[in-house]
Design a protein around this ligand. Sequence first.
Ligand code: URA
Ligand code: ZN
Length: 385
Amino acid sequence: MAALQKLLVDVHTHVYLPRYASLLRARLNAPRILTRSTPSGQTEDRLLILDDEPSGGRPVGAQYWDREEKLKFMDKHGISVSFVSTANPWLDFLPFSDAQVLAQELNADLETYCSTSPSLSPTLKRLYGFGLLPLVPGAPASALAPAVSQLASNHPHIRGIILGTRGAGAGLDDPALEPLWGALAETGLVVFLHPHYGVGAPAWGARENGHVLPLALGFPFETTIAITRLILAGVLDRHPNLRILLAHSGGALPQLSSRLASCITHDPEVAGRLKHDARWYLGRLWFDAVAYGAAELGFVSEAVGRAERYASVSGKAVGEQEARRSGSQRMVFGTDHPFFPPLGESEKWQSVVENLEAIGEVEAWSEEDKDGVRGGNAMRLFGLQ
Ligand code: URA
Ligand code: ZN
């Protein structure tokens, strides 16, 4: 068991399975993969995932669909186990009937992708997955809980689902989604909440800044808003067993959680709906460590570690150092592969190296805490050994 505590486990790593990549290639508008000629007379594939994508989208290639490339990337960075999820925008752009069929097919593909991956031990594979639900605009709520049960019962290597922020069209605080949360809590599937659309585009201004503003700010704010709406709708109160993993270290939620708590307090109508102070819910959530900096990781873990203080029945006070440590137990390493590829010839991907260095440099974490964030916490979250 001690050796498993030292594994490097990537919980945030994406794929466009071949079936999904074919769908994107067949499309004429975003999301799509198109092939274009380069000035040097060659051709290149480009991925366009938003209608107003700057700079003609981004390069896309085998890293996105070839399992061998995923395993090579893992080997290069010392990653033992990966929890692979379909990259955005999932099935969001399809009518429900198509999404329902494709979700089943892609979940079966992903199960095979994982179950036939190399083994690390008789009980441990190198690849596990987050499946897809046909949660698209217009999806009938009655279809969602059965889809969850079907996914959980027939796909042993799929340990969670990846979820965008739009729900069935009205966001994740839509009361119609109540049975979905119930089903997810019951199965124990981990919900990986991930952005796609960004928020705030009108504020980005006229200057050409490529993908920087939507990715650095729009993405995390989208996640922040979605999880905040979920908290305000009482979903975490009604489903205490729901396990939600937030992309990009929860965006701005940890930084804004005390302000959120204060705003709620001053709005008695909203406060009356919640069982706890807003900060308490941080301790119910999981956060990937895709933040690229030690200060940010330390801060998130401290905010998470303090959550217990804000239970409605006041908990015991926690010292600052202790708070950072216990908060770290809800944080899990991720890479966001194959996004953010190296720009030049380099042995390792800078985006991975930065995230690993950040974990190593959090002053308040012991070696045991760091090992937890690198892998032990994910093993616990997903019930692996
Ligand atoms: N990371 C993702 O997961 N998706 C993107 O579109 C960009 C970065
Ligand atoms: Zn991602």
